[in-house]
Design a protein around this ligand. Structure first.
Ligand SMILES: *[C@@H]1O[C@H](CO)[C@@H](O)[C@H](O)[C@H]1NC(C)=O
Ligand SMILES: *[C@@H]1O[C@H](CO)[C@@H](O)[C@H](O)[C@H]1NC(C)=O
Ligand SMILES: *[C@@H]1O[C@H](CO)[C@@H](O)[C@H](O)[C@H]1NC(C)=O
Ligand SMILES: *[C@@H]1O[C@H](CO)[C@@H](O)[C@H](O)[C@H]1NC(C)=O
Ligand SMILES: *[C@@H]1O[C@H](CO)[C@@H](O)[C@H](O)[C@H]1NC(C)=O
Ligand SMILES: *[C@@H]1O[C@H](CO)[C@@H](O)[C@H](O)[C@H]1NC(C)=O
Ligand SMILES: *[C@@H]1O[C@H](CO)[C@@H](O)[C@H](O)[C@H]1NC(C)=O
Ligand SMILES: *[C@@H]1O[C@H](CO)[C@@H](O)[C@H](O)[C@H]1NC(C)=O
Ligand SMILES: *[C@@H]1O[C@H](CO)[C@@H](O)[C@H](O)[C@H]1NC(C)=O
Ligand SMILES: *[C@@H]1O[C@H](CO)[C@@H](O)[C@H](O)[C@H]1NC(C)=O
Ligand SMILES: *[C@@H]1O[C@H](CO)[C@@H](O)[C@H](O)[C@H]1NC(C)=O
Ligand SMILES: *[C@@H]1O[C@H](CO)[C@@H](O)[C@H](O)[C@H]1NC(C)=O
Ligand SMILES: [Zn+2]
Ligand SMILES: [Zn+2]
Length: 603
């Protein structure tokens, strides 16, 4: 799951009060003065309580009815000043960090140590970018940071295309039908194991990740972190992860897809050393556990700072190159030099698993607007999509079928619309070659549809499905889980999957007992589907919009019946859940409006 903090902390979402122009100008001038003087004025402190600064993981950042233009206006003036501080006044990193920490602190966005822990390393990257792009404007900075505020057209500032060859007829090589044969894939996602997890520590800690041994004491006994993990801001300890891996071995499967995010949510104290250590522990553990091939995807939590995947730069202090090197070292013995080369270049690769079955693994964390390296260059980072087109063209020529793995669902608002649009263009073009996609990041058991056009068109036809692997981490309000897919050996189509979990509340109430794992459901059976084809799943979504029971099951299952499934989900929340599935590009509305209409005419 994404934790957005970043310089985004400067952006303000208005409460009803903040819509008032008076409050807003106090805020704006207060922030400007703060940047000029380093001091938060009394009036700024006074006004701070009227503004809700959001940087949390829960999605509330994205409400569209927020007074967007105020945030846009504010960002413009603040970003301009901030750039000037470096360019004109040569402010040092520590000064800039202090300023941002003061903002963070004044608005009580986080405890001061958390503000500093997150912002310090980010400022090191930001100053590098400012120093190395003399044409960087406040406008461009804000275009990135306010991408979801509707300040401009979604493609006004970030608008590029990749060359995609036209469809040819020559590629419909029919395979001769063979016997029904299937194989199985285990998907594990978003592990976020926490080496510092402390049972009994405070789960109501007021920091992004709780259950640490250096936080405030427990006040109410009910705030004590559980033994196995906790529904509140907590990740899983290593022993819980080990139990999960052991449990997966009760199934037969032929390969493992790990779809990213190893490092815990202690985002204010990551470092290259500690991240590298967690990543190594996890990969060693997988290798020791399984005797089948394991395919790794990089998550947005792997680099330090979080989300920041750098281009190839010589300053090793802020380069994320080590993430690629450490993955390459881990898989070098298995893969060809060619495969290793693209891992080193950008954390992506392709492997021919067997004749006719090609796997493509992307590092699509660079679609995230929170990766401020995009300020330096947003155009197809690492030439990855260009490479993807080439690999898919070759696969098509050779009659291969493909599975694609990536971490961030591309229709999510975490992704830049331009990256998502170009990605969906590629998926549409090669949909007969691509048989399934698998991703993670949201920690929810869910799935996403792609259509036969990259346009915002309600008449588009479904052509591809991405299955989200949910998470091992309980962050937030969910039961740890894994999925086992059954796949047709000849077509590589997913035939069904089952999802397994345990009840965390029950487990923590009897910590000495072995975990009681159970299957939540089989997708195909539960929804009574004839297949898991894009068309069949598109029909399912339409049925969910008409049938509340089905939709509610989908939402409950998305949390694996964990505490999140007890939360009230009103009509807007239910419609949003449907829209997530069918939105390929974050700014697109047509499919979403269509499904909302179906929902509204049925209730
Ligand atoms: C603080 O805010 C209140 C209203 O919210 C206002 O009456 C008061 O004058 C403000 N004080 C300062 C120092 O700005
Ligand atoms: C900024 O300048 C560099 C060359 O110095 C150029 O490559 C890049 O496209 C420019 N970026 C923008 C957003 O104008
Ligand atoms: C984006 O680029 C396309 C093609 O290059 C162009 O047709 C379109 O008008 C651009 N959109 C914006 C908002 O600039
Ligand atoms: C691992 O799983 C097996 C069953 O598959 C079980 O017998 C064993 O106790 C488990 N070990 C641990 C450490 O949980
Ligand atoms: C990698 O190689 C090792 C040793 O040769 C083998 O045990 C493992 O299964 C291989 N993994 C993959 C992904 O092929
Ligand atoms: C990298 O960090 C070290 C230690 O903080 C510092 O001495 C060195 O100058 C930095 N290198 C660059 C290129 O900034
Ligand atoms: C692959 O790379 C290694 C060193 O990185 C080299 O020793 C080996 O010869 C290369 N193999 C091929 C087939 O190019
Ligand atoms: C990074 O850039 C350097 C210098 O241009 C080059 O030698 C090196 O091969 C590049 N590394 C990768 C992984 O592309
Ligand atoms: C998508 O499919 C629909 C229905 O077959 C068709 O009307 C439409 O033209 C297709 N769009 C594209 C871009 O191929
Ligand atoms: C999980 O266990 C708790 C405690 O036994 C129970 O109250 C709750 O209903 C269970 N949840 C589910 C989804 O079964
Ligand atoms: C399942 O679907 C089939 C048709 O595909 C239908 O005949 C049957 O009634 C459905 N069963 C349920 C329980 O909805
Ligand atoms: C789980 O959710 C229920 C109902 O919302 C709440 O009362 C309870 O405190 C939650 N438990 C935890 C551990 O968050
Ligand atoms: Zn995650
Ligand atoms: Zn993630």
């Amino acid at each position: 799951m994404n934790f957005y903090f970043a310089i985004i902390t400067l952006l303000v979402l208005g409460t009803s009060k903040a819509d008032q122009q008076d409050d807003f100008s106090v805020l704006k001038h207060g922030l400007e003065d703060l940047l000029r003087t380093g001091v938060a004025s009394d009036s700024l402190k006074n006004i701070s309580k009227n503004f809700q600064l959001k940087f949390d993981y829960d999605g509330s950042f994205y409400f569209e009815n927020i007074s967007g233009h105020l945030a846009c206006d504010l960002c413009d003036s603040v970003a301009k000043l901030f750039l000037e501080l470096r360019e004109k006044w040569h402010a040092k990193e520590n000064i800039l960090t202090d300023l941002l920490v003061t903002v963070c602190d004044t608005f009580h966005m986080q405890k001061k140590k958390v503000c500093r822990g997150i912002l310090g390393p980010q400022v090191d990257v930001l100053t590098y970018i400012m120093d190395n792009s003399p044409n960087l404007t406040g406008e461009r900075v804000c275009a990135l940071l306010t991408i979801n505020f509707g300040c401009d057209q979604p493609f006004a500032h970030f608008n590029w295309t990749v060359d995609v060859p036209p469809k040819t007829d020559a590629n419909s090589k029919q395979q001769k039908p063979k016997k029904d044969e299937t194989f199985k894939i285990l998907q594990i996602s978003d592990v976020h194991f926490d080496p510092l997890y402390t049972p009994g520590a405070n789960a109501d800690c007021g920091e992004p990740l709780c259950c640490q041994n250096d936080q405030t004491d427990v006040k109410n006994p009910s705030d004590a972190c559980g033994y196995w993990a906790d529904y509140r801001n907590a990740d899983v300890p290593l022993y819980t992860l080990k139990e999960l891996l052991n449990q997966t071995k009760t199934h037969d499967f032929d390969m493992v897809y790990f779809t990213g995010d190893i490092v815990s949510h202690r985002v204010w104290s990551t470092s290259v050393e500690s991240n590298m250590k967690s990543e190594k522990i996890f990969r060693d553990l997988l290798r020791k556990t399984y005797d089948v091939p394991i395919y790794h995807v990089l998550g947005n939590h792997e680099p330090h700072p979080l989300n920041f995947y750098s281009p190839n730069i010589s300053n090793k202090n802020i380069s994320s190159e080590w993430v690629f090197k450490s993955l390459a070292d881990d898989v070098r013995q298995n893969f060809s030099n060619e495969t290793i080369q693209t891992i080193l270049k950008g954390g992506y690769y392709t492997v021919l698993i067997k004749p006719g079955f090609r796997l493509i693994v992307l590092n699509n964390n660079i679609c995230q607007y929170l990766d401020i390296w995009l300020l330096l260059n947003d155009v197809d980072p690492y030439d990855q999509l260009k490479w993807l087109v080439q690999v898919l063209s070759d696969a098509e020529k050779n009659g291969e079928k493909v599975h694609i793995l990536h971490h961030v669902p591309s229709g999510s608002k975490d992704c830049l619309p331009v990256w998502s649009r170009e990605y969906s263009r590629i998926i549409s073009r090669f949909s007969s070659t691509i048989k399934a996609q698998f991703n993670g990041h949201t920690h929810l058991d869910e799935f996403f549809l792609y259509y036969n056009t990259s346009k915002d068109d309600k008449a588009a036809e479904p052509v591809s499905v991405a299955f989200n692997g949910a998470s091992v981490s309980t962050f937030v309000d969910i039961n740890p889980s894994y999925k086992v897919y059954e796949v047709d050996t000849n077509t590589l189509e997913v035939l069904d999957f089952e999802e397994w979990t345990f009840n965390l509340t029950l487990a923590n109430s009897q910590p000495k007992e072995p975990l009681k794992w159970f299957k939540i459901y089989s997708f195909k059976d539960h929804y009574n589907l004839s297949s898991l084809s894009p068309k069949s799943i598109d029909d399912l979504v339409i049925n969910m919009a008409k049938n509340k029971e089905m939709l509610r099951d989908f939402i409950r299952f998305s949390y694996r019946l964990g505490n999140g499934s007890l939360k009230k989900c009103d009509a807007d929340c239910e419609k949003a859940a449907l829209c997530r599935i069918i939105t390929m590009v974050p700014s697109y509305k047509a499919k979403c409006e269509q499904i909302k209409n179906i929902y509204d005419t049925n209730y």
